[in-house]
Design a protein around this ligand. Structure first.
Ligand code: PLP
Length: 431
């Protein structure tokens, strides 16, 4: 029986639900990133480090809501806070008292002067580039190939192209004029970035990046590259935006804290509200200062809603503490070591990259520095077999071609289990 036959065998209810779902939702899903061939699994509930699907299968979850749930599924303290918040109303319409407390926690933890709240990472990056354009009175934005900043039009170019060309829109439906002000550079390639800046630098409002690229596996920035980008931004008068929607929750004070750098604008989302939707555009006082009535637009009915704000306070203040990160990092390191041992024992080409509570594996010989090197050097067939084989062994090893996320609910036992299944998987693939 092949790995895919096995997958079909134990997910028959997911298959029937998928058929039903396709009649009312394109591809049967609410986000393209949740679809995979031959059909996705449909989940019912989660608790701690586990999730259950409609067939009753129990999985150890290392996707954790695409990096949202470092607090684990249904953390009792969060369940309690949600209950209390609902009793006091989930949305009050006007400004909410506790949003000030949360703003201060975020300013302190992420070393930013001011914040504005919204609900999704997409909104945060959309606002960040509007603010940067208004502040600098320039139009162009530089992004990096393979980096993802959400689902709005302006940055949906060269996100995950399988053709290696300089400009590949990520979706039909985006007018060329919308993308004409978005320039694309290669990650960790200072010379290429400098060449682009020499031509366009005086028209550039900002460069936006995932400081540790996490939508193409996991590729940290070289510190020298980052410093070079900051220097060029200063010389040419454009802003640096760290999109920390993912990284902000993977290290206690995000990538800016890790690298010891202070970008002009920072976006946060995902993990900061313990599983509820909340995002942030934050940064320098003078830059955020352009936002306001009659000035730069920033709005949203659900911005800083009481439910998300209260849960974010509990998450950042009481649950995702430095001690919690110490624990999650040590488990993440164990998992990294486990994969490195598998590569050694079975003598297979496997790059293992880790940053904080997240890591990934790339079946390749040479560690990739950027998206083009991933496409050229990765053995995608092996990756895909690995992924399905892990699912059939009831481990969701990571988000597909992204990375694992360790939560405070994971245990050493979960890690051992993951490594054992991964060992069996690669042994099978090799044979
Ligand atoms: N920025 C980064 C780095 C992301 O990884 C994502 C989502 O994966 C986003 C922005 C968009 O966030 P959301 O899906 O909440 O709109």
């Amino acid at each position: 029986m092949t790995i895919i036959d096995n997958y079909r065998k134990y997910t028959s209810r997911s298959l029937s639900l998928y058929r039903e779902a396709r009649s009312v939702m394109p591809y049967g899903v609410s986000s393209n990133y949740r679809y995979w061939e031959p059909y996705p699994i449909y989940l019912v509930k989660g608790k701690g480090s586990r999730v259950w699907d409609v067939d009753g299968n129990e999985y150890i979850d290392f996707n954790m809501g695409f990096g949202v749930l470092e607090v684990g599924h249904s953390h009792p303290r969060i369940v309690e806070e949600v209950r209390r918040a609902v009793e006091d109303s989930t949305i009050l319409g006007f400004e909410y008292e506790k949003s000030v407390e949360l703003a201060k926690i975020i300013c302190n933890r992420y070393n930013v002067d001011m914040v504005r709240f919204s609900s999704t990472g997409t909104e945060a990056t959309m606002h960040a580039i509007r603010i940067a354009r208004a502040y600098t009175k320039r139009k162009k934005i530089i992004k990096f190939e393979g980096h993802y900043h959400g689902s709005h039009d302006q940055l949906l170019i060269n996100v995950n192209p399988m053709r290696l060309e300089s400009r590949v829109p990520t979706s039909p439906g985006i007018p060329e004029e919308t993308l004409s002000n978005t320039l694309v550079a290669d990650w960790n390639d200072y010379e290429g970035f400098e060449r682009l800046v020499r031509v366009h630098g005086n028209d550039v409002a900002a460069v936006i990046m995932e400081p540790v690229a996490m939508n193409m596996g996991l590729i940290p920035a070289d510190l020298d590259f980052l410093k070079g980008v900051f220097d060029l931004a200063r010389d040419y008068g454009f802003l640096v935006i760290f999109d920390e929607v993912k990284t902000g929750g993977k290290f206690y004070s995000g990538a800016s804290g890790y690298y010891g750098l202070k970008p002009d604008l920072v976006t946060l989302g995902k993990a900061i509200a313990g599983g509820l939707p909340l995002s942030v555009v934050a940064g320098r006082r003078d830059v955020l200062g352009v936002v306001g009535p009659g000035r730069v637009a920033h709005g949203g009915t659900f911005n800083a809603n009481p439910l998300s704000v209260r849960v974010a306070i509990v998450t950042l203040r009481d649950i995702l503490t430095e001690g919690a990160f110490y624990y999650m990092n040590s488990l993440s390191e164990e998992l990294q070591k486990g994969y490195e041992d598998i590569a050694d024992d079975l003598d297979i080409d496997l790059i293992v990259n880790r940053w904080g509570v997240s890591g990934t594996i790339i079946p390749a010989e040479i560690p990739p520095k950027n998206y083009k090197e991933i496409v050229r050097n990765t053995d995608f067939k092996t990756y895909s077999l690995y992924f399905y084989s892990m699912l059939t062994q009831k481990i969701i090893p990571m988000a597909y071609q992204e990375q694992w996320t360790i939560s405070i609910a994971h245990t050493s036992e979960d890690i051992r289990n993951h490594i054992e299944k991964a060992y069996d998987t690669f042994k099978l693939i090799k044979s």
